[in-house]
Design a protein around this ligand. Structure first.
Ligand code: 2NL
Length: 331
């Protein structure tokens, strides 16, 4: 017993301790072997030896128990020491992403129009020539349909050239009053340079109701531009032509650099062309099942790239597409 207790007191690992337990108390253990021989003892010897053996077994078990607790806490202490974390070390900096400048502008435009009671409509980028052209009064012989300018999959399937197609789909399905903006990707076969891309982003807006006038268009666009560029901006509506609006107007922003005096920024014009707009052509309304003798509407289309370049005074469109973090981190 003394030998076993001595060994147990010097143990310093759980596995070692378990080996001792098995060698003494296990099925083939030393003490177990002694207890097995109890049958060979005389009736007088049996209770004495039995009590002694039980006493020894109890002491060894108690010793094993306390050694087990001692070893476990020593092992835990060693592990805590080995796995110690220095909480004063500086953390590894996370690379955080951020909104793209065009996304910031888009979110602002959406917020401004939500404030005027508009909602956001989306639709397919792969469109039919009907939704992109015919429904918009742009007949089979119109130059905008030329395969030089538009991506065709087949005779009547294209990549949308403007998101008006989304608005046509809404007008077909819903009754006025309609107030929507439709932001999204659009495609044209343009060579890529500082101001052109084959893939760009557009926001179109549409309001249809009884009594909508050009005044409502001007109010909505003023609200948008003041929200984006500050309350002192000035807009100029200049007569234009689009097949899908009548009358039509292009909208210029007074140059923020020279306040209309003329400077290199505005090419000495005093004004910078921003977007196209007009009153929805009656034929477009009627083709969607909206009676043009009862309802009228305004519509506009603007490039998100153009809005963003102006907002942040960026001079090359390609910076918006290259995903250079040194550029993007500035917004
Ligand atoms: C531009 C500007 C424009 C519209 C888009 C539109 C949509 C419907 C009906 C009538 Cl559903 N118009 N959108 C109106 C005027 C201009 O885009 O520069 N386009 C080439």
């Amino acid at each position: 017993m003394e030998r076993v207790i001595g060994a147990v007191s010097q143990v310093n690992g759980m596995a070692e301790l378990e080996n001792i337990r098995i060698s003494v108390l296990g099925k083939k253990g030393e003490l177990t072997a002694i207890l097995k021989q109890m049958g060979t003892l005389s009736a007088e010897e049996r209770p004495v030896i039995g009590a002694l053996a039980n006493d020894v077994r109890g002491k060894i078990e108690a010793e094993l128990e306390s050694a087990s607790a001692r070893v476990a806490s020593a092992e835990m202490a060693a592990r805590l020491e080995a796995e110690r974390v220095d909480v004063t070390l500086p953390g590894a900096a996370l690379q955080t992403g951020r909104r793209h400048p065009m996304q910031i502008v888009l979110d602002d435009v959406i917020k401004i129009f939500l404030g005027m009671g508009f909602s956001v409509a989306e639709g397919p980028e792969v469109e039919t020539t009907y939704y992109c052209f015919d429904a918009l009064n742009t007949g089979p012989d119109h130059p905008a349909r030329d395969p030089q300018d538009t991506f065709y999959f087949d005779d009547e399937t294209i990549l949308r050239t403007q998101t008006s197609s989304v608005q046509i789909r809404v007008m077909e399905k819903e009754k006025p009053p309609i107030r929507i903006i439709s932001p999204g990707r659009t495609y044209r076969k343009d060579e890529i340079d500082a101001t052109h891309s084959a893939h760009f982003h557009q926001i179109e807006g549409l309001a249809v109701d009884k009594g909508i006038t050009m005044g409502d268009l001007k109010g909505a666009l003023n609200t948008m531009m003041k929200g984006l560029y500050g309350s002192d901006v000035k807009l100029r509506f200049r007569p234009h032509h689009f097949p899908y609006t009548e009358p039509s107007a292009e909208v210029d922003l007074q140059c923020f650099a020279c306040h209309g005096k003329g400077c290199p920024m505005c090419k000495y014009e005093g004004w910078i062309e921003m977007l196209g707009s007009g009153m929805v052509h009656p034929a477009v309304l009627d083709r969607c099942g909206i009676d043009s003798s009862v309802y009228s509407g305004f519509a506009f289309g603007v490039g998100i790239e153009r809005l963003t370049l102006m907002r942040y005074k960026i001079n090359d469109l390609r910076l918006l597409y290259e995903n250079d973090m040194r550029f993007l981190r500035q917004f």
